[in-house]
Design a protein around this ligand. Structure first.
Ligand code: GLU
Ligand code: ZN
Length: 492
């Protein structure tokens, strides 16, 4: 039997880590078992629906490189895959249930239901919910109510005796007394729209879904869904409820822990490879050792058996570490392409500066955790004016020795760059210069750094020169030389 699984989000908010993990587990399970991954949009809650959420869903999956085999946009043999376009199907199947005696029309007004609710609360009644008032209406009673203009809902006739069991791959058998299942929930509302439960079960059946992998918070809906499958006489799919994703404090992951929306992670400069890799390890492991997985590898080796029964912990620091590792694997050009948008947005660079950025990248690659880190690292591009003499003079040196060092450094740098020497060669030449002057390496590098960037901490000075451009760098070095000259004069 071909595996068919689905990710069935409700577009009522931005895609978050928990949702993406559900999507990835379904996707990887489908791929590793040679099956199909289906995307279904569960937009029955029209009040909470937003176009922005739907677009965010598509953008997130595209960004992660997760392609659905069937679903919106691409279509497929069981479409439409957007629930709001399937209303007629739900109406047809709800009526079928009524005809089979498994569901019934209910004409109770919202006032009656409200009074019922208040009464149950006041009496602390063990059964909360609908009291079955319309369960046994005769055809005549119904006709009369319809003639009076009452619009019915359709409710499921939940058996009052017995119990319902379903099997979960991770949790084993889960049993619930039928009397404890929500009594006679609404399947079809009076406006003809389905409730979540009806649409979800009908679609999973009609779309041939074999395995339902979803968040554990849906376990309480399990018995009701199984009762619905049984009412229709349909085979129940295999369930695999996924353990929760928690923050490091043991509470369900939420905004309190940090960003949870993929859009936020993306904006900060996490790479899709890193997020995909790390999120796949939250509650799943291959052999407990291997940590780096490409999407292609996970498409081959993912398996349900390796899903952890315990809740998964989402560790932001670990994700950062993965991100830094993936950044290091990028070529100069790949990384420059990824960084340029951040620098453009910060008003620091333009397309025409691309080659200078390319020359800067090797010096900062290993210092980046997030792509957005590039912005504070390029603060020196903005000219903060004449540097203080203090930062131009290294420890244990005075103004005069710093001045002669910086002058020599300047000559050498200009000469080397004109000759097209590489950064490594330049580095060697400067170390030799320090030796010749009888000073520590810091005595040549620090004045250069301070002169070019105006800062005491920055990316490697040559990298900064490449990014600033030679002309501007030399202007700044000459200015620093003047600052030191004045300082020397002051001291005599
Ligand atoms: N629309 C539901 C959700 O957003 C899907 C639940 C399910 O996968 O069955 O969580
Ligand atoms: Zn009723």
């Amino acid at each position: 039997m071909e595996v068919r699984v689905r990710y069935a989000p409700s577009p009522t908010g931005l895609q978050h880590i928990g949702g993406v993990r559900t999507a990835l587990f379904n996707y990887f399970f489908a791929k590793s078992s040679g099956g199909k991954f289906i995307l279904r949009v569960e937009d029955t809650d029209r009040e909470r629906y937003s176009d922005e959420s739907l677009q965010d869903l598509y953008d997130t999956l595209d960004w992660l490189g997760v392609k659905w085999d069937e679903g919106p946009v691409v279509g497929g043999p069981y479409g439409p895959y957007i629930q709001s376009e399937r209303t007629a199907i739900y109406q047809e199947y709800a009526k079928k249930l009524v005809d089979m005696g498994k569901a019934y029309y209910c004409y109770c007004t919202s006032e009656r239901l409200e009074r019922l609710r208040e009464k149950q609360i006041a009496e602390k009644s063990p059964v909360q919910g609908y009291d079955g008032h319309c369960r046994d209406l005769t055809d005549e009673q119904r006709k009369e109510l319809e003639a009076q203009g009452f619009k019915p809902v359709i409710r499921l006739k939940v058996p009052r005796e017995g119990s319902t069991t379903f099997h979960d791959v991770l949790m084993g058998d889960i049993t619930r007394e039928n009397k404890d299942v929500s009594p006679d929930p609404v399947l079809l509302k009076s406006d003809g729209f389905p409730t979540y439960h009806l649409a979800n079960v009908i679609d999973d059946h009609l779309m041939g879904i074999t395995h339902i992998m979803r968040a554990q918070e849906w376990i309480p809906s399990g018995p009701l869904h199984v009762l619905l499958y049984e009412a229709f006489g349909w085979e129940v799919p295999t369930y695999c409820h996924l353990p929760m994703v928690m923050g490091s404090d043991g509470h369900k992951l939420s905004k309190r822990h940090g960003s949870t929306s993929v859009r936020d992670f993306r904006a900060k400069g996490y790479l899709p490879e890193a997020l995909l890799n790390y999120v796949s390890l939250v509650g799943w492991s291959y052999d407990g050792e291997k940590e780096f997985f490409t999407r292609e590898e996970l498409e081959k080796c993912f398996s349900l058996e390796k899903i952890n029964k315990a809740p998964g912990v989402f560790d932001y620091q670990k994700l950062d570490w993965f991100n830094a590792q993936y950044i290091r694997q990028k070529s100069d050009k790949e990384l420059a392409d990824l960084l340029l948008p951040y620098l453009k947005a910060a008003g620091r660079l333009d397309d025409k500066d691309y080659d200078r950025l390319l020359a800067f990248v090797p010096g900062v690659r290993d210092r980046l955790t997030l792509l957005s880190d590039i912005v504070p690292m390029t603060d020196f591009l903005e000219d903060h004016g004449e540097p203080d003499a203090a930062i131009l003079i290294p420890k244990k040196m005075d103004a005069a020795s710093s001045l002669s060092s910086l002058k020599a450094v300047y000559e050498l740098v200009k000469d080397d760059l004109a000759k097209g020497r590489t950064d490594d060669e330049l580095q060697n030449d400067l170390c030799e210069l320090a030796q010749g002057l009888g000073i520590k390496n810091a005595g040549v590098f620090n004045p250069l750094r301070a002169a070019v960037t105006g800062l005491q901490v920055s990316p490697p000075p040559f990298s900064c020169i490449h990014l600033l451009g030679e002309e501007e760098s030399y202007r700044r070095i000459e200015r620093a030389i003047e600052v030191l000259e004045r300082e020397v004069e002051k001291n005599v």
